[in-house]
Write a protein that binds this ligand. Structure first.
Ligand code: SF4
Length: 297
């Protein structure tokens, strides 16, 4: 049993995000979640795309891979499939995951690889001076835009649901304790978990600030919302669950819910592979045996 302290998950390098950036809270929550789950740093990998959020692996003392813009999900999924014993967390911003990476976001939902994807949503491309991101609403104008946004916003929760993600949650970057619990649940979920994090960018987004969010956020689970979708529901029961999910996922304005929206059971991609590739490793064999495997069955 590893005897590690929270600080053991922190890298020596200090974050260089802007003062007050929501990324600090997400980093702390992820660090604490890995500690509380007693994750072995030598068997944990955090992957990132490109953007301010993509620096996250630099600040954690676990394995980290800083990949390409929009490509974090295929790379993270590939690593998990090749090494199923790893704990894999992918992180990226809304521009990274829902702009250039939107195709991968949808394709990942069809597979249900056992890992967690955390989307840092600040509605802007912070690393490149605050252009409108895919989650900024139509007609909204941040201080970094010369004109109001002429495009509509993507709803990440509804898109994840349509794509087939089996666990869908939303947290808030300044609620580190609540976010930590959501990250833990997402990591423990068997299948692909999607965690949407509302992440204020005080440098470029002066619309959706922590002062704007504070009076609006409420916890779904404190209002009795049950996200669990057991197998074997009747079509009518499933319709009811889906309708409730969609209503809550679409709620945005005077009230904004956070918490777990959807928790369903379905075979993981690893299990599906095992069904028709008998030699696919459920547990990755010792290094050196990899080459001996014939993944064609
Ligand atoms: Fe954070 Fe925005 Fe600064 Fe990027 S630009 S580090 S998202 S505050």
């Amino acid at each position: 049993m590893l005897e590690l302290k929270p600080a053991d998950y922190k890298a020596e390098k200090n974050p260089d995000w802007c003062p007050g950036c929501g990324d600090f809270g997400i980093l702390s929550a992820l660090q604490m979640a890995l500690f509380e789950l007693k994750k072995d740093p030598s068997r944990t990998v955090v992957f990132s795309g490109i953007g301010c959020s993509a620096k996250t692996p630099h600040y954690l003392n676990v394995y980290g891979v800083h990949t390409l813009h929009g490509r974090v999900l295929p790379i993270a999924q590939g690593a998990k499939l090749a090494h199923p014993h790893l704990t894999v967390v992918a992180v990226g911003g809304d521009g990274d995951g829902l702009g250039i990476g939107a195709g991968h976001f949808v394709a990942a939902g069809r597979r249900n690889v056992d890992m967690l994807y955390i989307l840092y949503d600040n509605e802007v491309y912070g690393l490149t001076k605050g252009q409108a991101g895919p989650t900024l609403g139509f007609g909204e104008k941040t201080k970094s835009l010369p004109k109001p946004n002429p495009q509509g916003r993507i709803n990440p929760l509804l898109l994840a649901f349509a794509a087939g993600y089996t666990w869908i949650g939303r947290g808030y970057a300044y609620d580190v304790k609540g976010l930590k619990e959501l990250i833990k649940e997402g990591i423990l979920h068997r299948g692909l978990a999607f965690l949407h994090v509302l992440q204020p960018c005080p440098t470029y987004n002066d619309l959706h600030t922590k002062e704007w969010f504070a009076p609006r956020l409420y916890r779904l689970q404190e209002e009795g919302y049950d996200p669990y979708v057991p197998e074997g529901l009747s079509p009518e029961e499933l319709d009811g669950k889906m309708a409730l999910f969609q209503a809550k996922a679409a709620e945005w304005g005077e009230r904004i819910p956070v918490g777990v929206f959807w928790r369903a059971e379905a075979p993981t991609f690893e299990e599906r592979l095992q069904a028709y590739l008998p030699r696919y490793p459920g547990v990755y064999p010792a290094l050196g045996q990899r080459e001996a495997l014939d993944l064609e069955g």
